[in-house]
Design a protein around this ligand. Structure first.
Ligand code: OOB
Length: 548
């Protein structure tokens, strides 16, 4: 069966410029691994659970996995869904895939059959790599459901289970012996993996990233964040996400020869002992977790004094909370405003306190082109809010196989419409003010209103539903579904259970459900979904304020 080719192409003149300027160096993931394994051979690359692997060991394991996957029947170019939590094997697996010229498709551990099926279908995956269990969930059961519906997903590889009970599943440690040499080096302009979008409308879109563009962002991020071989990075957020993977994340740490410490969970209970034991110097969190850490740190018996930098990103960190980081944790805050599509902004470690606490940073590169435009597409004056558009050496020009989304999300001259409303300050620092789109940024997890409305509408007692974001003191935003019942209203808890039962990631289940008799329509007719959501949200917040 022919699969849809993967590509990501920049205009030739710009690509030539990025190469000439040394932004794209031609480094590929296999070359990256080999170079680090030879330079930092005996140093510790990754720690997790009882395991502690040197760079040489990581490379040896990745090479063994690469050969095994090919001997198993996967072929170069095949896509493989990777749903692996924060364990050292995440790294041996993805580098194994790169060495075999297989293409990882990153799923989050929180994803369930709806998301995994979508990713596997949209990428035409032939393989699926899981950990047997994590945080009390059995991914083998999920894999059984997914493969039953998608026979094209032929190869299920299970980490942490010597003998997967299911016929047809293979243990990572029991892959067949490599049958031949590994394939030739990929071209640096090839797509190395598929990352997933925050899913601002409907289901997640696939983001093809090339060796050239992604490794540039990794190297530049490592430099901006001052990583060295002495850096010890705690991977607290799920590493499949772009932030802990590459901003500078686990890949930035490997670039610099430092040590990655895998935390099974971002909670203070799991993370603090690891920080103390491994003398962690840096980590990254989403705002609600940062608040939790700020609350827990003063009462903690663990020595957190090794921590030099706390990154916070994925959603807006309020200036009030930002100002508490240094006094409470004794470390520098770095705000990170990025997107899986590319552009990443950082406050710099030596920026004045006011910039660090009051902005979401500035782009990685002088070659990141940033526009802030009004509704008519005209540039707004500095300091005024507008739509953020961007293009540059590591921002994609299009999603995989999705002409409709590409027509909406990219301008004819190649700018990505981020959907974010920002104000630009002197020096190019951006302050995120909000969002034009209709997704809910729930603690950094992006939830599409449209996707959840579709699931609610599948319930026989739901006539119509509109999902909106509401401000939440802890999550930043929570999801609220306004529902018109068909006949007798179901119980809110039952409706939530129904959505969960459809096999969705937990973070997508509406936090709150409000039954309403009808939705407002204008004299002219029905308002758009977008206006409707905005109106429901406004009316609800006004009614709440009036009560207080
Ligand atoms: C990161 O990536 P995604 O793809 O999950 O989400 C991107 C969106 C942005 O467009 C923006 O709406 C929001 O997440 N966002 C922020 C933010 N960082 C991301 N909004 C306000 N303040 C921030 N600091 O979330 C991501 C990717 C790489 C690095 C960091 C975050």
């Amino acid at each position: 069966m022919m699969t849809t080719p993967l590509q990501q192409v920049w205009p030739p003149d710009l690509a030539a410029r990025y190469r000439d300027a040394g932004i794209w160096t031609g480094e590929t993931f296999p070359a990256f691994l080999r170079a680090r394994a030879s330079r930092f051979a005996a140093r510790t690359a990754v720690v997790g659970g009882e395991q502690r692997w040197s760079y040489a060991e990581l490379a040896a394991r990745a090479t063994r996995i690469a050969g095994g996957l090919l001997a198993q029947g996967l072929e170069p170019g095949d896509r493989v869904v990777v749903q692996v939590p924060n364990i050292p094997e995440f790294l041996s697996v993805i580098f194994g895939l790169f060495l075999a010229r297989l293409v990882p498709v990153y799923a989050l551990p929180a994803h369930r059959q709806v998301e995994v099926l979508h990713l596997a279908r949209a990428s035409e995956a032939r393989g699926y790599i899981i950990a047997a269990r994590h945080e009390g969930f059995d991914y083998r059961a999920l894999a059984r459901m997914v493969t039953a519906e998608l026979p094209a997903l032929e190869h299920v590889i299970v980490i942490g289970d010597d003998a997967p009970a299911d016929a047809g599943f293979t243990a990572l440690d029991a892959l067949p012996e490599p049958a031949g040499p590994l394939p030739a080096e990929p071209a640096p302009s090839e797509v190395a993996f598929l990352q997933i979008s925050g899913g601002s409308t409907g289901l997640s879109k696939l983001i093809p990233r090339t060796h050239d563009d992604y490794l540039y962002s990794v190297r530049a991020s490592a430099q901006i964040c001052g990583l060295t071989p002495d850096s010890v990075y705690l991977a607290a957020l799920p590493v499949a996400h772009n932030f802990p993977m590459s901003s500078p994340g686990v890949l930035g740490v490997l670039d610099a020869g430092g040590t990655v410490v895998m935390s099974p969970s971002p909670s203070p209970e799991a993370a603090f002992p690891l920080i103390a034991r491994e003398k962690v110097t840096m980590t990254g969190l989403v705002p609600p977790l940062a608040l939790l850490w700020l609350q827990a740190a003063p009462n903690s018996a663990h020595d957190l004094s090794s921590l030099k930098v706390l990154q916070v990103g994925g959603a807006k960190f309020t200036p009030e909370a930002a100002r508490r980081v240094r006094p409470v944790l004794g470390c520098t805050l770095q705000q990170v405003f990025g997107m899986a599509e590319g552009l990443v902004n950082y406050t710099r470690l030596d920026d004045p306190e006011e910039i660090i606490t009051g902005t979401q940073g500035r782009p990685i590169s002088a070659d990141d082109e940033v526009l802030v435009l009004d509704d008519e597409g005209r540039p707004v004056p500095e300091g005024e809010p507008g739509h953020l558009l961007t293009r540059g050496p590591y921002t994609i020009r299009g999603y995989h196989n999705d002409p409709g989304a590409n027509a909406r999300a990219f301008t004819p001259d190649g700018y990505y419409r981020t959907g974010d409303i920002v104000a630009r300050r002197p020096g190019g620092y951006l302050v995120v003010q909000g969002r034009a789109g209709d997704h809910i940024n729930r603690a950094g997890e992006k939830v599409s209103a449209e996707e959840i409305e579709d699931h609610l509408l599948a319930h026989p007692q739901v006539f119509d539903a509109a999902v909106v974001s509401l401000p939440d003191p802890f999550l930043g935003e929570r999801s609220c579904a306004f529902v018109i019942a068909a006949g007798e209203a179901p119980k809110a808890a039952a409706l939530k259970a129904f959505v969960r039962g459809r096999g969705l990631a937990d973070f997508k289940v509406p936090d709150q459900i409000v039954f309403v008799p009808a939705f407002a329509t204008t004299a002219v007719g029905k308002v758009s979904r977008k206006e409707l959501r905005a109106r429901l949200r406004r009316d609800f917040l006004e009614a709440q304020a009036a009560k207080e």
